[in-house]
Design a protein around this ligand. Structure first.
Ligand SMILES: NC(=O)c1ccc[n+]([C@@H]2O[C@H](COP(=O)([O-])OP(=O)(O)OC[C@H]3O[C@@H](n4cnc5c(N)ncnc54)[C@H](OP(=O)(O)O)[C@@H]3O)[C@@H](O)[C@H]2O)c1
Length: 293
């Protein structure tokens, strides 16, 4: 356990708000905060399953009344912005400013700091969110995460039906285990104020992987000869729409697959925050193999 996570410096009775608390990443953050004995408030649109020590607030993160309620008695926020547009975030930022908690924002390593505009619309939203939070004087700790290993859970239905994963191909990235990102987030959320590093943290896994590489690792974990088949954009679009994904999300994913450049960057920032190196996707695949069979 990193020293930062041992030395919590919190107001008695205060809560940590976790947005996206039932998601792949958020639920890992919640588990860890609970294990540290922190009082957690969660914010999601759907009522979560009850958990001891977790107080749910149900509503939209873009609804200022919901955010105001969630922030009462809260002195730190793990913030995700799951929307495809940052225009409704001004209200959120106003509520954060009024409540003045410590803000840990989950962004993306895909941001190109040299570019005024990002070619990928999802990445642009994260860039806008970072600028909004900084511009409001909230002094957020920004955790830019690479592609989460947990995204591959979306392949589970295909892998239960056969040995082929077909989908959009995207540029290779340093896929990171969401448990490492959660450990890093919790280290920052529980850090003593006087030791808090306000800097930017780039959280990557230890190796750069394509989708075919990830499928191969899953195959090794499952002991099955799995293959990845890249689909052309039009076919991927029609399949995602048929699966019920919202059209703006589908278009954003298609744009990301075409425009997001390959990233060969690997950092040691997970280790810097957690005290141990980032785990491999191969290990993630072994640990989660049961979800795919
Ligand atoms: N996945 C990646 O590779 C990656 C990489 C970099 C950054 N990120 C960022 O990390 C975030 C979390 O990723 P994830 O994979 O954990 O997502 P996820 O599994 O899809 O979970 C999303 C969470 O957000 C909640 N949510 C969604 N829309 C909401 C809204 N309008 N208001 C309130 N809560 C809402 C969901 O619960 P309800 O549905 O009940 O609301 C759920 O708890 C992403 O949104 C993205 O901003 C992801």
């Amino acid at each position: 356990m990193p020293d930062t996570a041992r030395s919590a410096d919190r107001r008695p009775g205060s809560s940590i708000l976790v947005t996206g608390a039932t998601g792949n990443l958020g639920r890992e953050v919640v588990h860890r905060l609970q294990a540290h004995g922190a009082h957690v408030r969660s914010l999601t649109r759907h009522q979560p399953a009850p958990r001891a020590g977790v107080e749910p607030v149900v509503g939209d993160v873009a609804d200022p009344a919901v955010v105001r309620e969630a922030l009462v008695g809260t002195d730190a926020v793990f913030l995700i912005w799951p929307l495809l547009d940052s225009s409704s975030a001004h209200d959120l930022v106003a509520e954060l400013n009024a409540a003045a908690p410590r803000v840990v924002y989950l962004s993306t390593t895909a941001i190109d700091d040299e570019a005024a505009r990002q070619s990928d619309p999802i990445v642009q939203v994260h860039m806008d969110m970072e600028a909004l939070l900084h511009g409001a004087g909230l002094r957020p700790v920004v955790l830019r995460s690479d592609t989460l290993a947990s995204n591959t859970r979306g392949w589970a239905p295909q892998l239960r039906a056969g040995d082929m994963v077909s989908g959009l191909d995207i540029a290779r990235t340093a896929v990171v285990d969401e448990r490492d990102v959660a450990d890093a987030a919790v280290a920052v959320l529980l850090a003593q104020h006087d030791r808090l590093d306000q800097g930017l943290h780039l959280l990557t896994g230890p190796e750069v992987l394509s989708r075919a590489d990830q499928v191969a690792h899953l195959g090794a974990a499952l002991r099955r000869p799995l293959r990845f088949q890249a689909l052309p954009g039009d076919l991927a679009r029609s399949r995602m729409l048929a699966d019920g994904r919202p059209e703006p999300l589908v278009e954003a994913l298609i744009a990301a697959s075409v425009r997001r450049p390959e990233s060969n960057r690997i950092t040691d920032h997970v280790e810097g925050l957690t005290g141990r190196p980032a785990g491999t996707f191969a290990k993630w695949a072994v640990d989660h193999a049961a979800e795919f069979s």
